[in-house]
Write a protein of this length. Structure first.
Length: 191
């Protein structure tokens, strides 16, 4: 079956093939695509992920520091990727929108301007714009603190180093035979 409906593919298929301009990006189960994307394209297209492009400035014991247009962020090397991550390498810094919190302090912090809010029952999805990296989304539980947050307000977004991962931007090798990858992102993607 061929579909462009991501939720349908994730719910029904035992194996999914993600294509980008006719090139196979990844073959895998719903779990693999959502939690172990092989490329930045798959992470951005399939999952609810924020993907920032940047350059590695430090890497030690599986923790990678990435310099982006909005500052430096730390994350784990994606453990399912066989490729080495080296200083100077262009990478994708990936963080799930559910792992980003608002306010207080965190190991990684970003100031962004709220573009929109979508209330979904007890959750609110916030889409904000951060200088240099563009759109950033987060999912927060509704509460008194959110009542005063309005469109065009600045908001502090925070997350843990353990919740973010770093992977090569273009291609990767993975010890699992279901991963095939090639080009980076495109607007012509198929599931």
């Amino acid at each position: 079956m061929v579909t462009h409906d991501i939720p349908e593919a994730l719910a029904l298929a035992e194996k999914i093939v993600v294509l980008d301009r006719g090139t196979v990006q990844q073959i895998g189960t719903s779990h693999e695509l959502l939690h172990q994307p092989c490329t930045a394209t798959v992470a951005n297209f399939i999952g609810q992920k924020n993907v920032f492009l940047g350059t590695v400035t430090a890497s030690s014991r599986g923790i990678v520091t990435v310099e982006t247009a909005s500052g430096s962020f730390r994350g784990k090397k994606a453990s399912w990727i066989a490729d080495d991550i080296e200083v100077g390498q262009e990478v994708a810094y990936v963080i799930d929108l559910a792992k980003i919190k608002t306010g207080s302090t965190g190991e990684n912090e970003l100031i962004a301007t709220i573009e929109s809010r979508f209330i979904l029952g007890s959750l609110t999805i916030i889409r904000a714009i951060a200088p240099g990296v563009g759109s950033v989304c987060c999912q927060v539980y509704n509460g008194d603190a959110l009542v005063s947050i309005m469109t065009n307000d600045d908001i502090k977004l925070v997350w843990s180093t353990a919740d973010a991962f770093v992977m090569p931007t273009v291609t990767c090798r993975r010890p699992v035979p279901t991963c095939r990858s090639n080009a980076a992102s495109s607007t012509d993607r198929h599931v």
